[in-house]
Unconditional design. Structure first.
Length: 210
């Protein structure tokens, strides 16, 4: 069907508005919850992917000290404590995730080199671990039957003591291996924002005993 000039102009205008909205909100969603200087600060794990093309840093303040937050981070993962986020959404896409509401000793023995699953066939590997300070996960080789991601990836959880409380920073770094990787890394940011914001609130609630 032929498109009239008015119809084409409407499509162009709509696309321009959508692109403008994405650009305006991109910075906000990729730095959600951060205070001045936090999103640009060097964090543990940054050196693993020094030239990342896409970086998102999100944060939350938590009343208890880092030692009360750390056990919740250690048990992150599919088949472990979950991700403290939107479990119902994750189950809608086929992931049987039920986030823990208590600390389990069986999930506390995490060490460098251990896998942390995002899904049955998708796993990250513990790259750096300093108790009560930081946990850094990096993309692992794909498991049998899984497709390789078109980008390298790190996921860092950093605890900064502030007075009697904690600042929890979560940083994602993506280094695309091609154009498709860059497009995918940008495309997942809205979903990453929604899930990470919920995860940070979930960790805060659990660490605070609520």
């Amino acid at each position: 069907m032929d498109r009239t000039p008015a119809h084409s102009a409407c499509l162009v205008a709509t696309s321009a508005l959508a692109l403008g909205a994405a650009l305006l909100t991109r910075r906000m969603t990729q730095t959600w919850g951060t205070l001045a200087g936090e999103s640009d600060a060097e964090l543990p794990g940054d050196g693993i992917l020094p030239r990342a093309g896409v970086v998102a840093t999100r944060a939350v303040g938590i009343a208890p000290p880092p030692r009360a937050v750390w056990p919740w981070l250690v048990q992150l993962g599919y088949g472990r404590g979950g991700f403290y986020s939107h479990d119902r959404l994750e189950r809608m896409v086929g992931l049987d995730i039920h986030s823990a509401d208590q600390i389990e000793d069986r999930w506390q023995g995490l060490a460098v080199g251990d896998p942390v699953h995002l899904a049955p066939q998708v796993a990250l590997r513990v790259a750096e671990l300093a108790p009560n300070e930081h946990l850094v996960l990096e993309g692992a080789d794909s498991l049998p039957g899984a497709a390789a991601a078109p980008y390298e990836f790190t996921w860092a959880f950093v605890l900064h003591p502030v007075g009697a409380g904690t600042r929890l920073l979560v940083r994602e770094r993506y280094r695309p291996t091609g154009l498709s990787g860059r497009v995918l890394a940008e495309a997942v940011q809205p979903v990453s924002f929604v899930m990470t914001a919920a995860m940070l609130r979930g960790i805060r609630q659990r660490a605070s005993g609520r």
